[in-house]
Design a protein around this ligand. Structure first.
Ligand code: FE2
Length: 236
């Protein structure tokens, strides 16, 4: 790509709907930071988690509509999309069917998060509970789930899951171990998307991730992981 353009499929930038931005002003600032790092397409993905983040989908849609209008009025003329980051719960497939949990830009893809600490009894049946209703889960920041082995990724991929990793994980921002896991996944071709998972006070590093993947694996793959794969699936 001559000019940087990234499609960020995982962000917490909408105001006052989860643990991301706490005000409209802060959201505009976070969005500006994304734009300055090369982002042209932003998927807003507030948390939706039954025991913790319960903002109803209808509220996310309302905030999305008003905030993106304001962002454009403030000169932030990016492409905007809405989804949610869904924390797995056995009720989630049914909530998706009812429109109470959101897919990514009304597609058949979702961002799916697992517990940070407890390995699910059967991730096979979890993945299947989504694919059975025609939904493809994109597992978010796999590097953060220490109880999974990299070999689990191959099995989940066979069941139809895709994988997103966080850009800053490549650089060991959270831990050297997570950086190793991401690099291993990249080397095995197990990554479909690199996104920021941007919360206030966190780093974006999409531009750095693009340069890293370009150097290690070629620009073709960098373009796919940071733009083309998402544009193909979610672009309007
Ligand atoms: Fe997230």
């Amino acid at each position: 790509m001559d000019d940087l353009h990234f499609f960020d499929i995982h962000t917490h930038v909408l105001p006052c709907v989860d643990d991301g931005s706490t005000s409209v002003e802060q959201s505009l600032e976070l969005l500006t930071n994304l734009k300055n790092d090369g982002v042209t397409d932003v998927m807003f993905t507030p948390h939706f988690r039954l025991d913790m983040f319960l903002t109803p989908a209808a509220k996310d849609i309302e905030v999305f509509n008003s905030f993106t209008k304001l962002a454009k009025e403030n000169g932030l003329n990016l492409n905007f999309y809405l989804g949610q980051e869904l924390h797995h719960h056995s009720d989630m497939p049914s909530l998706i069917k009812q429109g109470k949990a959101l897919t990514l830009n009304k597609s058949k893809y979702i961002l799916l998060e697992f517990s940070w600490h407890v390995k699910p009894l059967s991730y096979q049946s979890i993945i299947k509970s989504y694919t059975d209703i025609g939904i493809t889960p994109i597992v978010v920041h796999f590097e953060r789930f220490p109880y999974f082995d990299i070999s689990d990724v191959a099995l989940m991929r066979d069941l139809g899951a895709l994988f997103q990793v966080n850009a800053y994980s490549i650089f060991g921002v959270e831990s050297a171990e997570r950086a190793e896991r991401v690099k291993k996944m990249l080397s095995l071709g197990y990554v479909d998307f690199i996104a920021s998972d941007y919360h206030k006070n966190k780093k974006i590093l999409l531009n750095d991730a693009y340069n890293f993947v370009s150097q290690e694996y070629g620009r073709d793959l960098a373009d796919k992981l940071l733009y083309t794969n998402a544009k193909k699936l979610f672009g309007n």
